[in-house]
Design a protein around this ligand. Structure first.
Ligand SMILES: C[S@@+](CC[C@H](N)C(=O)[O-])C[C@H]1O[C@@H](n2cnc3c(N)ncnc32)[C@H](O)[C@@H]1O
Ligand code: SF4
Ligand code: SF4
Length: 313
């Protein structure tokens, strides 16, 4: 495996994750924003479009911009459509994750006209009826999402509307139901994921107990990987073993920008090490300085990938 560099320049960054508001209109129980450990990040702030553009202009080679925000709803930014126009003008592919519960059908129709063929818009639906859907998507109306989705799809030239279903123990069966099949058929694409909330990961993060359970199959394979991962990580630290770090941010040339414009290599760094300013220097990360980097140890990363899982980072 090639040795990864210790530093990147802004020119080398290819992917950006943009947090736009720090706030949300829903209250999904296992969302990153719901944990005690992440509460200090939940500060509402909206930067001006001019400030956001100026910062992104410093990264001339961005190919993809993910607009999810790990603790917020991107479409709550008051000038969201202008940000989309800017990204499109630079030919940057957009991945938008939204709860699709804000704005009118007219707004969603307008957004649709701005999007390009390489973009993706993810609409998350976690149940085939209101009762099941709102068990996780608390305060969300299934009907409103479906109407906004229809307005988007009907006005978009490209088949980029994507259904995202998050699998939990409570909605596994519902996914195969006739009603859910009908919802799935309304979308051009689907991308279904298993939940793996960050406090379940490696159990080194202590936080509130999760009331909604991840699927038992996933819990089993994850716990096996976790045991081995922790052992490897600790042996490396004590010098008994020589491991290699595969920082996801470094490998993928990815950085996250928060609602204040601060950059971090990933969400975990932002939660646990946010006071240490990050300037694209990965030396300390590569030296296994931070315990939250468990999943990016090379063998662990490979084991996660072999089981169809992604590193959190
Ligand atoms: C934190 S959200 C922010 C974007 C937007 N508010 C939304 O919900 O789509 C980013 C992504 O995480 C997903 N997500 C939320 N809770 C999750 C969980 N427990 N497991 C996996 N993904 C989750 C959301 O569905 C969304 O696709
Ligand atoms: S809508 Fe998105 S940001 Fe808001 S609570 Fe749910 S997952 Fe989190
Ligand atoms: S967890 Fe650590 S090693 Fe992994 S992406 Fe984040 S900073 Fe990099």
């Amino acid at each position: 495996m090639n040795k990864l560099p210790d530093k990147l320049s802004k020119e080398e960054i290819l992917e950006i994750e943009l947090e736009l508001t720090g706030t949300c209109n829903l209250d999904c129980p296992l969302c990153s924003r719901s944990y005690e450990n992440a509460k200090h990040l939940i500060k509402y702030n909206e930067r001006s479009v001019e400030e956001i553009k100026k910062q992104l202009d410093e990264y001339p080679n961005i190919e993809m911009c993910c607009m999810a925000g790990i603790i917020s709803e991107p479409t709550l930014h008051k000038r969201f459509l202008e940000i989309i126009e800017y990204l499109r003008s630079r030919n940057i592919a957009i991945e938008l994750y939204s709860n699709a519960s804000v704005h009118s059908e007219k707004w969603w129709a307008e957004l649709a006209t701005l999007m390009g063929p390489c973009d993706r818009v993810f609409f998350t639906i976690c149940g085939s009826n209101q009762e099941l859907h709102e068990k996780y998507r608390v305060n969300s109306s299934l009907e409103k999402i479906l109407n906004n989705h229809r307005a988007f799809k009907n006005n978009c030239e490209h088949p980029i509307d994507t259904l995202q279903h998050i699998k939990f123990e409570y909605n596994s069966e519902d996914f195969e139901s006739k009603e859910m099949q009908a919802i799935r058929a309304r979308f051009s694409r689907e991308e279904n994921i298993n939940t793996l909330p960050y406090n379940e990961r490696f159990k080194f993060i202590e936080d509130e107990d999760n009331k909604i359970k991840l699927s038992s199959e996933l819990a089993r394979s994850y716990n096996l990987i976790a045991k081995n991962a922790k052992r490897r990580y600790q042996k490396n630290k004590s010098g008994e073993m020589k491991c290699q770090m595969r920082c996801k941010s470094l490998e993928e040339r990815f950085v996250a920008i928060d609602q204040f414009g601060e950059i971090t290599p990933c969400f975990l760094y932002r939660i646990y090490n946010g006071d240490e300013k990050f300037n694209l220097d990965y030396t300390k990360i590569n030296k296994f300085t931070y315990d939250f980097c468990y999943e990016c140890e090379a063998v662990t990363t490979q084991m996660l990938e072999d089981n169809g899982l992604e590193r959190m980072g």
